[in-house]
Design a protein around this ligand. Structure first.
Ligand SMILES: Cc1ncc(COP(=O)(O)O)c(C=O)c1O
Length: 387
């Protein structure tokens, strides 16, 4: 079995996977109940009241739900989004908005820098045509956690869309208190369900005004919600097995101590990883004060003999799967600390890093002519001395 140190798809428990072994009709009352349980648990985890917010479930991955939110929420003629980006997922938002032809401006930061709250506030104050703010909470490209506790300082004219794809479930996000209007995450992140659907925690008073905005049928959150309210059904074939697994994953999530419990394990894993890798000589890409517990980015070592593909293959042969980097400017690789990983898994990864590190050091030493002669010299003297 592969052990995934990757933040999606991520490692799930055997019991969660086993929950998929049952076929269920999508109109079966038991299945309808599962959907309702999931929707209300997601709202509880978001610290919102059912009268104010709803949890819209959408088939597909996180990107589908982000695109669906933009489609549904933005009016083409009048609305303009401020996208704040410090990595690939911020850039993806801009790419989606370009593809679906919606207006936006972008505030961009380096991939190892946190988004600056004062800049965001200033950009919104200076441009009264900005109607929406969209940003990423945990930028999985690097592992940085961006500040989101400032939106109450903005004018309420601005609708706040948050990509919490990789942070929901591992960080307390009091959605209504932080004035988040649309929060997006997925089944196969910190709740540790199987991949297959995404969800949007949506401010009802705004969503109800979004009828007819979306220039897409499948990516229309308004329609998805309206149909669900009327029929308690999905508009199109739901991922029944994945939803069953998610209900099981939510139970395991509660058993682990909900958000606090999960954050504790992820943090312990991340801190151990970071300390051990640094003691092997690997350098961090992100300043530890901005680092989250989701994923850690390491710079390639300076060693000219370091070859990421060989490094990856060596670990993969031991069923340990890490991630290549996604940085545009620096050469990096990433290790995730989310999913059903244990400390024992992390020890295994570090031990393998240690052995590959020692092997590489030895090869480097051998490639260096001077070291080779010196080593032979010592070896010769040592063996003679033994005699
Ligand atoms: C922060 C963030 N946003 C968006 C996405 C895209 O999600 P998906 O790959 O499920 O479409 C990811 C994926 O890992 C992510 O980490």
């Amino acid at each position: 079995m592969q052990i995934l140190f990757t933040p999606g798809p991520l490692l799930t428990t055997k019991t969660v996977k086993e929950a998929a072994l049952v076929d269920m009709g999508s109109r079966d009352p038991k299945f309808v109940q599962i959907i309702q349980n999931i929707r209300s648990t997601l709202l509880k985890l978001s610290n919102v009241e059912e009268k104010d917010y709803t949890a819209v479930i959408l088939q597909g991955s996180g990107t589908y739900a982000i695109e669906a939110t933009f489609h549904t929420v933005l009016k083409r003629e009048t609305d303009k989004v401020l996208v704040v980006s410090n990595g690939a997922y911020g850039e993806r938002q801009a790419k989606i908005l370009t593809a679906i032809n919606k207006k936006f401006v972008k505030l961009t930061y380096d991939e190892n820098q946190k988004c600056v709250v004062e800049d965001i506030i200033k950009a919104i104050e200076e441009d009264p045509t900005i109607t929406h703010l969209s940003m990423v909470h945990s930028e999985t490209t690097s592992g940085i956690i961006n500040d989101i506790d400032f939106v109450h300082r903005l004018s309420r004219r601005v609708v706040f869309i948050l990509d919490a794809v990789s942070s929901f479930g591992a960080y307390e996000i009091p959605v209504s208190k932080l004035n988040i209007d649309f929060l997006i995450s997925t089944s196969n992140k910190n709740i540790q369900g199987l991949p297959g659907f995404a969800f949007v925690i949506a401010n009802k008073s705004i969503l109800t005004q979004c009828k007819g905005n979306a220039a897409s049928l499948v990516l229309d959150l308004y329609d998805q919600e309206e149909y669900m309210l009327k029929t308690q059904q999905f508009r199109f074939t739901p991922p029944t097995h994945v939803l069953r697994c998610f209900e099981c994953a939510l139970k395991e999530f509660e058993e682990e101590g909900s958000i606090k419990g999960r954050q504790k394990r992820y943090t312990e894993l991340q801190q151990y990883l970071s300390q051990q890798m640094q003691s092997l000589g690997f350098k961090l890409f992100v300043d530890p004060k901005d680092q989250g517990c989701i994923i850690t980015t390491f710079l390639f070592p300076k060693d000219p003999n370091f070859n990421f593909n060989q490094f990856y293959d060596y670990l993969a042969a031991k069923n340990l799967i890490i991630y290549p980097g996604k940085m545009t400017k620096a050469e990096t690789f990433r290790v995730g600390s989310i999913g059903a990983l244990t400390m024992e898994n992390m020890h295994q990864l570090i031990e393998s890093h240690q052995s590959i590190y020692c092997r590489n050091k030895f090869i480097s030493l051998m490639r260096n002519k001077k070291s080779f002669i010196l080593l032979n010299f010592y070896y010769y003297n040592y063996t003679n001395y033994q005699k």
